[in-house]
Ligand binder design. Sequence first.
Ligand code: CP
Length: 308
Amino acid sequence: MNNFLDINKTSPGDLRRIIDDARAMKDARKDAPKGMPDAEQPLAGRMVALIFEKPSTRTRVSFDVGVRQMGGQTLVLSGSEMQLGHGETIADTARVMSRYVDLIMIRTFEEQTLLEMAEHATVPVINGLTNRTHPCQIMADVMTFEEHRGPIRGRKVVWSGDGNNVFASFAHAAGQFGFDLTFTGPETLDPEQVFLDEARAKGVNVTIERDPAKAVQGADLVVTDTWVSMHDPVSARERRHNQLRGYQVNEALMSQAKPDALFMHCLPAHRDDEATSAVMDGPHSVIFDEAENRLHAQKAIMRWCLGV
Ligand code: CP
């Protein structure tokens, strides 16, 4: 039994196996209707709980569809409707859920909730996003980069904007997959130092460059995310927009990157804030491939967790 809690907690060999498995499963059902079961049914007889304490479109739908394609069944649960939102401990919830389901995916606020769920559950637990990290998203992003441009090892990835939870998982991935990572954004929104230090300790080049035009020089991939994340207070919106306006990914910025650079955004996006529609819908953009690959990457993650 394997938990998928973060990219830095999964070995590089297992991460590579997951990506390869995801690509093989995607190829195997090319052009099949979305509701068509996979030829192999590794989750037959398995029940999967999908717990959401925060809103979701991609994570919710891609996990649900992925389980069904592999022959399993899902329970989609909102944290506020469970006793989880009304004082029952995470440990007790984990023990009880483990008597009903074979796998738990949870999207939650505090990382500690995820860790307690994993500590006390007797079935695998998958991180569907916390305030600190978003590993399933970055597995899909690595898969997407490699589909378009080959191995990500040794490439240069530039993150423009807020040093948030999605950036943190990119930093984990830089160390595990071996690519260089540059953060460009205002100092007040720098990522936690621990994420940068950990990647550097694994031998990759991780830098901070305040000037976005300099940062994207030589970039193979430019990434951004919403300027106001789900866990940020609404009152911070105006201040964040003022801080981040200079880090918008637009055609002028993309023209400073390599000519064949890709553009990614995990979505949902606020068009013409963090990235212009011209970039999101332009020739560098692979944002909808990223969204699709959530499905394939997570199917491979679930198989790895269950060893099936
Ligand atoms: N990118 C992502 O996790 O999307 P959702 O919030 O819609 O799940």
